[in-house]
Write a protein that binds this ligand. Structure first.
Ligand code: IDP
Length: 140
C-alpha cells in the first residue's frame, strides 16, 4: 500500500474541551504519523475558502461560524493508505451513525460539532494540505 498524506483538522468543539492530545493518540495508535501541526484561529475568509465546495449547502453559514468559534489544530497525517485510514479512525459525519471506537463516536457533540475534519480523497488532501502548509513545514 502507498504511503499517503492527508489533512486533518481538530475542530473548535474539541480544542475547547482540551481533547487535542486524546485525538492525536488515536492517530498514532492507529499507524498514522503527525508530520506537521499548528494551532490557529481561522478568520471568516479562511474558513469560507477552505469549505468553498460546500458554499451552496444549507448549513454553510453555520459551518463557517462554528469553525471560527474557537481555535483549530491543523495537521498533516502520514501513513499507509492515510486518506481512507483517517476516515475510518474519524467515523461517520453524524456521530449517531459512527462506529464504536471512532473519534466521532467517542468525542463528537453533533453532526456539525463533530470534532475532526479529514480529507476525503487524495486529490483533496493535496489541495487542503497546501491550503495550510508550505512543504518546508512538513517533516515526514
Ligand atoms: P465530512 O466532514 O465527514 O467529510 P461533509 O459532508 O464533507 O462531512 O461535511 C463537512 C462538515 O460540515 C461536517 O464535518 C460537519 O461539520 C458539517 N455538516 C455536515 N452535514 C451537516 C448538517 O446536516 N448540518 C450541520 N453541519 C453539517
Amino acid at each position: 500500500m502507498a504511503i499517503e498524506r492527508t489533512l486533518s483538522i481538530i475542530k473548535p468543539d474539541a480544542t475547547r474541551r482540551n481533547l487535542t492530545g486524546k485525538i492525536n493518540a488515536r492517530f498514532e495508535e492507529n499507524g498514522l504519523r503527525i508530520v506537521a501541526q499548528k494551532r490557529l484561529q481561522l478568520t471568516q475568509a479562511q474558513a469560507e475558502g477552505f469549505y468553498d465546495v460546500h458554499r451552496e449547502r444549507s448549513f454553510f453559514g453555520e459551518l463557517v461560524a462554528f469553525m471560527i468559534s474557537g481555535p483549530v489544530v491543523v495537521q498533516v497525517l502520514e501513513g499507509e493508505n492515510a486518506v481512507v485510514r483517517n476516515r475510518e479512525i474519524m467515523g461517520a459525519t453524524n456521530p449517531a451513525n459512527a462506529a464504536e471506537g471512532t473519534i466521532r463516536k467517542d468525542f463528537a457533540e453533533s453532526i456539525e460539532a463533530n470534532s475532526v475534519h479529514g480529507s476525503d480523497s487524495l486529490e483533496n488532501a493535496a489541495r487542503e494540505i497546501s491550503f495550510f502548509f508550505a512543504e518546508i513545514e512538513i517533516a515526514g
